[in-house]
Design a protein around this ligand. Structure first.
Ligand SMILES: *Cc1c(COP(=O)(O)O)cnc(C)c1O
Length: 386
């Protein structure tokens, strides 16, 4: 594990080629790039010369981010987007056509689930959901499928999948595979090395790491990323802004240290929560042995409160854990499962994501393990119904 962290630290070290010896790369805040001559413009349009033309295509700050992410994921290429969902839709849409069927592991990120259930259905792409821990079920679902979409660990219930084994199955059946690696980050899991074809990240989480950017990235081979560059993003757009790419480059510098700190605090709290009578269940992949290929755990996990714990009092007593969606920043956050279950638009879909009325998702931030434990244990005591 140390070696993969150190490898990442070296990738993130200072670049000697920054202009004017700047230690920080510049934000190239421009929409277009001018040409010095007619000949240069013609050569660029012909493809004889690779240089920036327009920032929806190539922007040097964005390119610097893409190069770092490709290196961290041991990939040939990467393409950055204005959100994780833009990255997911580009990765999936560039690989399906009407009449295709895709296989998706259960408990994926809710908006990915909605993309498959609404948009893809409208495109006449069929979706089969499988339990990613049931390899026989996966094996049975893959033949004839066009794409296999994974997330590991999965959302909410945090099922840590054997990504290498699942990717090998997909290969055997000639099925293209895509994985959401936002939770593990490139520090703890490199799915391309495990045989997956494309990796997507919501960079809004640990890559940015400071809850100040919404962005996404797709990482893969030159050919697969080239297909997205050529076919999908020119029409769908959704590219990241240079300023946001710069913020992600800044966040990346501390990614190895941050995820190590999230790992340690979250694992300590998860183990202590297991001992508490107020807690019926803890979903944290680090409480069991990790599947091959997952080298560590981060700060996001879920618990189920015992029936005699009042959710409202628990949430309202917490001080350091704020009520809020998203995760991956400095701050600790909670999402009560019953809020999702009360969502007006789709009253039953939250159950498809593993949420139950007494469940709570926690993001353990960087405020300090003991302070966070005091906050949690105090709220558990206060929320005990008489
Ligand atoms: C947040 C999230 C996404 C979506 O990313 P956005 O940047 O919010 O569009 C995708 N997958 C996972 C696992 C996420 O947590």
């Amino acid at each position: 594990m140390t070696s993969s962290v150190e490898r990442a630290q070296l990738i993130l070290a200072h670049d000697d080629h920054n202009p004017q010896d700047a230690v920080v790369p510049p934000i190239v805040q421009t929409s277009l790039f001018t040409f010095s001559s007619y000949e240069e413009m013609v050569a660029t349009y012909r493809g004889d010369l690779e240089r920036p033309v327009y920032s929806r295509g190539l922007n040097p700050t964005v390119r610097a981010l893409e190069d770092k992410m490709a290196a961290l994921e041991l990939a040939e290429d990467a393409i950055a987007f204005a959100s994780g969902m833009a990255a997911i839709s580009a990765a999936v849409l560039s690989n399906v056509a009407p009449g295709d069927r895709i296989v998706v592991v259960r408990n994926v990120y809710p908006d990915a689930f909605r993309l498959f259930g609404t948009y893809l259905k409208r495109m006449q792409v069929a979706v089969t959901y499988v339990d990613g821990t049931d390899h026989d079920a996966v094996e049975a679902a893959l033949p004839g499928a066009r794409l296999f979409y994974l997330e590991s660990p999965t959302s909410w219930v945090m099922e840590a999948l054997d990504v290498g084994a699942l990717a090998a199955m997909a290969r055997r059946h000639g099925v293209f595979s895509v994985i959401d690696n936002s939770w593990a980050t490139p520090i703890f899991q490199n799915p391309l090395e495990l045989g997956v074809d494309l990796v997507v990240h919501s960079a809004s989480k640990y890559i940015g790491g400071h809850s100040d950017v919404v962005a996404g990235i797709v990482v893969g081979s030159k050919e697969d990323i080239g297909r997205i560059r050529g076919e999908i993003y020119p029409y769908l757009g959704g590219r990241i802004a240079p300023m946001d790419a710069w913020l992600l480059l800044r966040g990346l510098r501390t990614l190895p240290q941050r995820v190590l700190a999230h790992q340690e605090s979250a694992l300590t709290l998860a183990r202590r929560l297991c001992e508490r009578q107020e807690v019926a269940c803890v979903y944290h992949p680090g409480l069991a042995s990790l599947p091959a290929g997952l080298r560590g755990t981060t700060g996001l996990f879920s618990i189920v409160l015992a029936d005699d714990i009042d959710m409202r009092t628990f949430c309202n007593t917490l001080k350091l854990f704020k009520l809020g969606v998203s995760w991956g920043g400095h701050e600790s956050l909670i999402v009560p499962g019953d809020v999702g279950l009360q969502q007006k638009s789709e009253p039953n879909s939250a159950r498809a994501f593993g949420q139950s009325p007494q469940s709570v998702r926690l993001h353990v931030g960087l405020e300090g393990t003991e302070a966070l434990w005091q906050d949690l244990s105090g709220a558990l005591v206060a929320a005990h119904k008489p």
